[in-house]
Each structure stands twice: as structure tokens, then as C-alpha cells.
Design a protein. Sequence first.
Length: 87
Amino acid sequence: MSPAPKPQYQRISKRLFKLLDYFVISNRLGEVLFAPIDVHFAPGEVCQPDLVFIAKEQAQIVGESAIEGSPALIVEVVWKGSGTRLY
């Protein structure tokens, strides 16, 4: 099992969620969800991003236990020394 995120990581993630969620709700754009939530891109391709924005036009990808498809936006909070870089 991975260790729990550090407080500073939680603060950053929380702040990003609050800002994005406020904007999305205010403009009736869709829904913002936060970790842990599985995103299934294809069979065997699953990730758990920190934040996910699902546009209202793609609401059907939100399933009972996971997001089934590519959200409009995925946010992953990273910092120097946070592990393997994906880019």
C-alpha cells in the first residue's frame, strides 16, 4: 500500500478542486470529481487521477463504480521528487 499523501499535497489538491468545482458549477459545465476514482480508458488501462472534469455532454461516461472513457480534463498533482515523471 502506498503511504498517504502529505498535508501540503492535500492542500494543493483541495485548493485546485475548490477553484475548478466553483467555476464548473457556476457555469453549469458538468462535474468535477476527486481521488480516489478509477478512470477506465480501455480494458486494462485504468488510472486514479487527483481531479477529473466531466463535461455535461459526456455525463454518460460516469458509471456506477468508475468513469468509463476519457474525461474532458484530468489533473495530477506532482512536485519535485514525487516519483516517476510521465513526460
